[in-house]
Design a protein around this ligand. Structure first.
Ligand code: AP5
Ligand code: MG
Length: 390
């Protein structure tokens, strides 16, 4: 999930930027200021309790705020996260937010803090008062709101700095310019999230090359079972000795051994942002195994991407490679190429159905230049990052 809190003094542009963020990202919007104004207009009990304080420019009781948030934080299945505007505003509220998100099995992705000098805040709000109809948009109340911000709200920043999710952003300049900065910060935050990608493609689709490039870009561990097994053989390990006979005969290596190798590789990279799997899972059994392996790390497959390349194109590429310096032993023989393609198209269909059912499957067009295909994959992964993850 993408959970953002927009932070900043009154008049910093939280409401303005919220509108743009909601257009761009599919989020549930929670603005405590808007909720309070609505409650007051409707004359609700909670609204009436808060009315006097708000009109003076003070902060409403945490007790009232937590009740209002609870009433409004419905889980919208379609939304990909929550955008908080004007909450949390006290350290107590920061703890409350942690608890609320924990219940939804998620956490705050970023607190984006709009920084604007005091004089400009006052100018903006005085200007807004001409049309806003907000009773707190007058000079005296504005002064008190700013004071409350300094005393009670500003300390909230430290709470999030300690969690490494606090991002100060210059809130002066054009609205569009500030929005660009917010988006950049969101993208880079998302890129730090864990992501596990399964990359599919028929032989010749370029999945090996692409997977390695993606691994570098997103700081993922590249896991190719074929390569891992060949490494074991080269190093003469116990596993290597065990698999050599299967591989020499062209037989499939038993799942137990593949699991072992993958698990070992996973453990070697605690610093990674996730994994990119190539050539695994190849069967439904392996898809279940992968889920189990990741679950042990409290992880899951984020997305399975298929590189859709026509049989003819794959055929052309493989036979071309067969005539080049990079040829693999299985590229030269036409019958072998056909067999490998055939095997892929029958097997993958089933495994991709597994991910389709989980709504985790997507594909990219595998025709065109290496760079074009890479860009398509990056777009898909960035999309996934905004919609999944913790
Ligand atoms: P709330 O409604 O949240 O008000 P606020 O925090 O004081 O912030 P504003 O809505 O005034 O400003 P904004 O940052 O949204 O700026 P905007 O985009 O409008 O809260 C109101 C009251 O409710 C609080 O005082 C408190 O009493 C109570 N309350 C709310 N939440 C609470 C909580 N959690 N706990 C306790 N009490 C709570 O922009 C301002 C103006 O500037 C606009 O006119 C805009 O058009 C303009 N503008 C925006 N960006 C730019 C730019 N880049 N350049 C020039 N002008 C710009
Ligand atoms: Mg606002």
């Amino acid at each position: 999930m993408l959970n953002i809190a927009l932070f900043g003094p009154p008049g910093a542009g939280k409401g303005t930027q919220s509108k743009l963020l909601l257009e761009k990202y599919n989020l549930t919007y929670i603005s405590t200021g808007d909720i309070l104004r609505r409650e007051i207009a409707e004359g609700s009990i909670l609204g009436m309790k808060a009315k006097n304080i708000i009109e003076k420019g003070g902060l409403a009781d945490d007790e009232i705020i937590v009740q209002l948030i609870e009433q409004n934080i419905t889980r919208d299945e379609k939304a990909k996260g929550i955008l908080f505007d004007g909450f949390p505003r006290t350290v107590v509220q920061a703890y409350i937010l942690d608890g609320l998100l924990l219940r939804l099995n998620t956490s705050l992705s970023a607190m984006l803090s709009l920084e604007v000098p005091r004089e400009e805040l006052i100018t903006r709000m005085i200007e807004r008062s001409k049309t806003s109809g907000r009773s707190d948009d007058n000079f005296e109340v504005i002064q008190y709101r700013l004071e409350e911000y300094e005393n009670k709200t500003k300390p909230v920043a430290d709470f999030y700095k300690a969690k490494n999710v606090y991002f100060p952003i210059d809130g002066t300049g054009t609205i569009e310019g500030i929005f660009e900065k917010l988006k950049e910060t969101i993208t880079s935050t998302l890129r730090k999230q864990w992501i596990n990608v399964v990359l599919y493609g028929p032989p010749g689709s370029g999945k090996g090359t692409q997977a390695q490039k993606l691994a570098e870009k997103y700081n993922l561990v590249y896991i190719s079972t074929g390569k891992l097994l060949r490494d074991e053989i080269r190093q003469g390990t116990e596993i290597g000795k065990a698999v050599e006979q299967y591989m020499l005969k062209g037989e499939i290596v038993p799942d137990e051994i593949a699991i072992n190798v993958i698990e070992h590789k996973i453990k070697l990279h605690p610093e990674a942002n996730g994994f990119i799997f190539k050539g695994f899972p190849r069967t439904i059994v392996q898809a279940y195994i992968l889920d189990g392996l990741l679950l042990k790390l409290n992880q899951t497959v984020s997305v399975a991407i298929g590189i859709e390349t026509s049989t003819l194109e794959c055929f052309k590429r493989l036979s071309l490679r067969g005539k080049s310096h990079y040829k693999r032993p299985y590229d030269e023989n036409m019958e072998l190429i056909i067999n490998r393609l055939d095997e892929f198209f029958t097997r993958t269909q089933i495994v991709s159905d597994y991910y389709k059912k989980l709504k985790k499957f997507t594909y990219v067009d595998g025709h065109g230049s290496e760079e074009d295909i890479f860009q398509r994959l990056v777009d898909r992964i960035d999309e996934t990052l905004t919609t999944t993850g913790r």
